[in-house]
Design a protein around this ligand. Sequence first.
Ligand code: GTP
Ligand code: MG
Length: 344
Amino acid sequence: DTTESSSLRTPIVAVLGHVDHGKTTLLDKIRGSAVTEGEAGAITQHIGSTAVPLSVIGEMAGDLVDPEDFDLPGLLFIDTPGHHSFSTLRSRGGALADIAIVVVDVTDGFQPQTEEALDILRRTQTPFIVAANKVDTIPGWNPTDDQPIQASKERQPDRVQSDLDERLYELIGQLSDEGFSADFYWRVQNFQNNIGVVPLSAMTGEGVPDLLTVLMGLSQRYLKEEMAVDVTGPGAGTVLEVTDERGFGTTIDAVVYDGTIRADDQLVVGGLEEPIVTEVRALLQPRPLAEIRTEKEFEKVDSVAAAAGVKIAAPDLDDAMAGAPVRVVRDRPVEEVIAEVEAE
Ligand code: GTP
Ligand code: MG
């Protein structure tokens, strides 16, 4: 039902976890891209965003879901850096999230930024699932690309299956030590009280259908009410990055998490010294499945509704600050909006 889906806000999914545990690779698998390969030292240094339409999620999840059962428009994924020096970016990503994926390398197990991710999610009370990644690195593993994980697991020799189970029980135990009751996702009845652990490989794609199914199910079941909001009001967002865009000068990459930004809106943006009051010159939207950080062919649009990533061209953005709020003024007194931005 398209009329209904257009009234639901797209949920924001943050991907968090320790450095090199496979966050960007997982997103590459979902969007069919190779962002990881373009990164210096394969280290993510910024927050990114990617819109994944429901049709793509439905296709990847295969037989596990029927897109007819869902009326959310899709998911907006936020990639975050795992390197220890980027803790501000991680909390920013976590704060934006309606739901999250914590990626843990099954061989490396819990690491400092895994715990940091759990702290953020506990603090922000964000529901999450755990992606137990890199199952293909378990000695003796025979990969079956892009398959649901249970079928793939049953095809492994007994020794390999028990090796995986051991690692998963260890993760479940560590989650429990952190105060989260967790289990293999297929045993979880109520995802509100239990954290589902999804074994997968971002490299081979095994278990990715399961992850997307659980994610859609969770969003649909528990976020639908939260997503049934009016997204036509004055837009609110967060600056992810301040960048130079050829032909546009200094622009900001932002995630709009509420309302709508229109191409003729006045904006207040948090700045290094003081809030910047400016007018939108152009709204540039990345294509579906494109990572905003690497997108080259933005489409000029008249408006952007939550949740979405958007590049905003406007005068005077040189002092805009990553992490700062972006607010549409519309029918409100500009002083009120400035005060709102200052208070954040
Ligand atoms: P940061 O953004 O720096 O925190 O790292 P990340 O979590 O995004 O990890 P990334 O996706 O860059 O992956 C790190 C390395 O692990 C890369 O060399 C990937 O190819 C590899 N990798 C990721 N997932 C898998 C997997 O499922 N199996 C195998 N074998 N390798 C993987
Ligand atoms: Mg990364």
